[in-house]
Ligand binder design. Structure first.
Ligand SMILES: [Zn+2]
Length: 84
């Protein structure tokens, strides 16, 4: 399948799969034969999904940023908040 041939429903399913499982990215590539890793990466970016630099899990971009828009990783990868 080519990226341009994907229906919005398929794109939604792809995003859900990629963000829902640690191996979601690979699962999508296996399921949608013909879609390259680069295309998938781009498709996810277009849907505001990026890979966490800490655990390689795909998350919504906003979840990877702190209040100052620094890339800090997903909730599981951030250093614990200092207690006040
Ligand atoms: Zn993470």
């Amino acid at each position: 399948v080519r990226r341009s041939e994907l229906t919005p429903e398929q794109v939604g399913e792809i995003v859900d799969t990629a963000t829902g499982y640690a191996t979601g990215f690979e699962s999508v590539l296996r399921k949608y034969e013909g879609l390259t890793a680069d295309e998938l990466e781009e498709l996810l970016l277009d849907n505001n999904v990026e890979r966490c630099p800490g655990c390689d899990w795909y998350c919504e971009s906003g979840e990877l940023l702190d209040d100052e828009d620094n890339l800090v990783g997903c909730r599981d990868c951030r250093p614990p908040e200092p207690e006040e």
